[in-house]
Ligand binder design. Structure first.
Ligand code: C2E
Ligand code: MG
Ligand code: MG
Ligand code: MG
Length: 279
């Protein structure tokens, strides 16, 4: 290492920086190739009803494992895809694959798919979603598109028109990571949102931290009064589950319920859930 070469700490820093730049350069090239080849996996994290424990849906989560690097987390490759102008294409690949796979699940199981704020501003988004629904045959009522508050910040007239057109297709729109962004309540009036997903950071702290508990309580109340469905994300412990359920959130998602599953594993879970219901 450069330390052994005895050039001091600045050289160490330079090496690390160069390595980061090189990694980034290689990953960008690999991501461009993957976007063209549609070389992504989709995993599905189960979502259950908080009062009955019944399996009600799944969130599709993109996975990318370039041969040279092993798995690269979405927190790294999604922003990269946004910067490189690849997110529209990658987003559609994920949506198409997820809708196709959801067709083999029971009709009662909903599918949630994340949309990047960049996609909301893309004039091809609505026709792209319509084409995927047509092509896969998934009933639009089974599809929920998750957006974040960031998507509503910039050109909010355009965002409003786009969301209204998506809802006109019959799909539902959820507000993801709620509480972490600007969380202006006016969004909930202005945009056609039917569900809030409470961010895992509040869910996590709620049983032990008074502020997080108040936020969860306030969001649950808001949901009730505005007729919005509530999903709590990031449930990891029984105490969190209990707190969330007692505050009237309808749906639960998190490692306590299940980690994200492969399509085969999720299909098995649907089958098992169906047998349990029939028994
Ligand atoms: P998100 O949409 O909020 O998805 C939930 C994230 O929380 C997932 O991380 C999931 O694996 C993780 N998670 C679920 N339960 C727990 C839990 O109990 N504890 C903890 N600590 N984490 C939990 P993942 O798969 O790494 O995705 C991270 C983010 O990347 C997503 O957050 C979403 O914003 C973005 N993302 C993933 N797939 C896509 C995609 O296809 N398109 C777009 N635009 N964004 C995506
Ligand atoms: Mg999400
Ligand atoms: Mg989220
Ligand atoms: Mg998140």
């Amino acid at each position: 290492s450069s330390k052994r070469r005895g050039k001091g700490r600045w050289q160490v820093f330079d090496d690390t920086l160069l390595e980061a730049i090189e990694r980034r350069r290689v990953l960008e090239a690999a991501l461009r190739r993957a976007a063209v080849r549609e070389d992504f996996d989709v995993v599905y994290q189960p979502i259950v009803d908080s009062s009955t424990d019944e399996l009600v849906g799944a969130e599709a989560l993109a996975r990318w494992s370039p041969a040279t690097h092993g798995a690269v987390p979405p927190a790294e490759f999604i922003p990269m895809a946004e910067e490189l102008g690849l997110i529209g294409r990658i987003g559609m690949t994920v949506l198409r694959k997820a809708c196709r796979e959801a067709m083999s699940w029971p009709d009662s199981i909903k599918l949630s798919v994340n949309l990047s704020p960049v996609q909301i501003l893309d004039p091809r988004l609505v026709s792209g979603v319509a084409a995927v629904l047509h092509e896969t045959g998934l009933p639009p009522q089974r599809l929920e598109l998750e957006i974040t508050e960031t998507a509503l910040l910039g050109d909010d007239e355009l965002a409003l028109r786009t969301l209204n057109r998506l809802v006109a297709l019959g799909v539902n729109v959820s507000l993801d990571d709620f509480g972490t962004g600007y969380s202006s309540l006016s969004y909930l009036h202005r945009f056609p949102i039917s569900r809030i997903k409470i961010d895992g950071s509040f869910v996590n702290q709620a049983p032990v931290d008074a502020n997080s508990a108040s936020i969860v309580r306030a969001i649950a109340e808001l949901g009730k009064s505005m007729d919005l469905q509530i999903t709590a994300e990031g449930i990891e412990t029984a105490a969190q589950r209990e707190f969330i359920t007692s505050h009237g959130c309808q749906n639960l998602q998190g490692f306590l319920i299940s980690r994200p599953l492969s399509e085969a594993e999720f299909s098995d879970l649907c089958r098992a859930a169906g047998q349990e219901r029939a028994a």
